[in-house]
Write a protein that binds this ligand. Structure first.
Ligand code: SAH
Ligand code: TMP
Ligand code: ZN
Length: 408
């Protein structure tokens, strides 16, 4: 049976290619003693639009259920990501924010990781983020508006502050099903010569590495150059640059400008041609991706069951939103993974969504190293392995599951 729904970008027909079945909210860590029967579940399934090729979830979770006072993700937890944003801020300052009175707007500023770099350079900036984490940015003296960015928000910012030279969103635009409203707001707020830059997990990398854990409630869209170009055109915007990024397991940074304002770089045509050649948004490719997901889950649970029966201790590393789909889809609970180590205070002492594995501070990991660490934060592997050399030296091994299950 093939299921369909309507595309959130173009109203075309979206055909489902994979069903992760019943899933909890990926960032909803339960406080001890909280009512588990109140845990929110929805059907996580993903499809592709036959008209515009946008890959998207079949069902939407109401935004207030995800982005609220208790939203636990803090961007500044990764030193590597801090450097990534600082570097890009420097580039924007020397290429785009060069006028007498530049203005930078960030959608999804979180705890201010990017805004900090701009404020330090004296660039007038405004962050927009609806979640409690926005208070952390404000506490650092950064200018933040605690709300969802959409058409009306853009209009209000325009009236109060004037047009933006750069509008930026990292790991946020793909979180927004009502993307038409965001883009129409961007079109109004963006200065005639300005750019809208956003970076998100890239469909091409997800398909190539079977990084299926990039698919969860918050990641409503998986973008490609093809789908982004189409979506931009509906709002009088043009895709003028693309840049592949190594962060978060493979992303693309897309640059949009008002139509005709800039000459598209050769990288755009190159990436479009590559996507065409690899057929990344064709149904057979996506169905094959689904088969690979099934194999990874089978291999991972087999490995964990084997380790358990031979009496080994396994601990998870990084209580990522991504790990929620892995644990819930594969059926990995506290009987297989003792606890998950995480440095984020707002996650510690809580239980992971759905399967309820305890989250503990990193100190518990280093106090008594397990035999195996299941690396849920595999997108930060380089940074983590660098700092966990003692775990290695103590005989500890890492379990990886992207692009396939292996022990290293
Ligand atoms: N930019 C940061 C944060 C990514 S997490 C980084 O790359 O690390 C996604 C953020 O988007 C969350 O802080 C969430 O509160 C915010 N968000 C979700 N919907 C939004 C919207 N409509 N407008 C602005 N921010 C939004
Ligand atoms: P992310 O993959 O969505 O960025 O989430 C990474 C999670 O892993 C986040 O909860 C913080 C945690 N983490 C650690 O516990 N230790 C680390 O060294 C890093 C980089 C992240
Ligand atoms: Zn569509």
């Amino acid at each position: 049976m093939s299921r369909t729904t309507r595309c959130r970008v173009c109203n075309g027909t979206v055909t489902e290619f994979f069903d992760f079945r019943r899933q909890p909210l990926s960032d909803c860590f339960l406080a001890p003693g909280s009512a588990v029967e109140k845990e929110f579940f929805f059907r996580l399934a993903i499809g592709v639009c036959a008209e515009c090729s946008m890959v998207q979830l079949m069902e939407e979770v109401p935004r207030e259920n995800m982005f609220h006072e208790d939203y636990p993700y803090h961007s500044s937890g990764s030193a590597y990501m801090r450097a990534h944003f600082e570097q890009f801020a420097k580039r924007l300052i020397s290429t785009e924010l060069t006028g007498d009175s530049p203005f930078f707007v960030e959608i999804g500023c979180n705890d201010g990781i990017m805004l900090r770099a701009l404020a330090d350079a004296g660039v007038p900036s405004l962050g927009v983020d609806p979640s409690g984490v926005a208070d952390l940015a404000a506490a650092k003296g950064l200018r933040v508006r605690k709300s969802f960015f959409e058409d009306a928000t853009a209009q209000e910012i325009l009236e109060a502050d004037g047009p933006a030279d750069v509008i930026y969103a990292a790991n946020t635009l793909c979180h927004i099903p009502y993307i038409g409203s965001v883009l129409s707001g961007v079109t109004k707020l963006l200065a005639p010569g300005g750019v809208f830059v956003f970076e998100d997990p890239y469909l091409g990398d997800i398909v190539e590495r079977t990084s299926f854990d990039q698919i969860y409630d918050e990641h409503f869209f998986l973008f490609s150059a093809r789908s982004v170009r189409f979506m931009a055109a509906r709002h009088g915007l043009e895709l003028v640059d693309v840049e592949r990024l190594p962060v978060h397991g493979g992303e693309v940074r897309y640059t949009l400008a008002h139509r005709g304002a800039r000459q598209p770089s050769p990288a755009v045509a190159e990436l479009l041609a590559e996507e065409e050649r690899r057929k990344i948004s064709d149904l057979p490719t996506l169905e094959k991706f689904g088969e690979n997901v099934q194999k990874i889950c089978k291999d991972l649970t087999t490995l964990l069951l084997d380790l358990k029966s031979s009496g080994k201790r396994v601990v998870g590393y990084g209580a990522t939103a991504k790990s929620s789909v892995v644990t819930n889809f594969c059926g990995i609970g506290p009987e297989l993974v003792e606890f998950v180590s995480d440095i984020t205070p707002s996650k510690q002492g809580r239980l992971t969504p759905g399967v309820h594995i305890p989250v503990r501070p990193h100190e518990e990991f280093s106090a008594a190293y397990p035999d195996y660490a299941l690396l849920f934060a595999w997108n930060h592997a380089e940074e983590i392995m660098e700092k966990e050399q003692e775990f290695r030296a103590a005989g500890g091994k890492w379990i990886m599951y992207v692009p396939d299950v292996r022990v290293v």
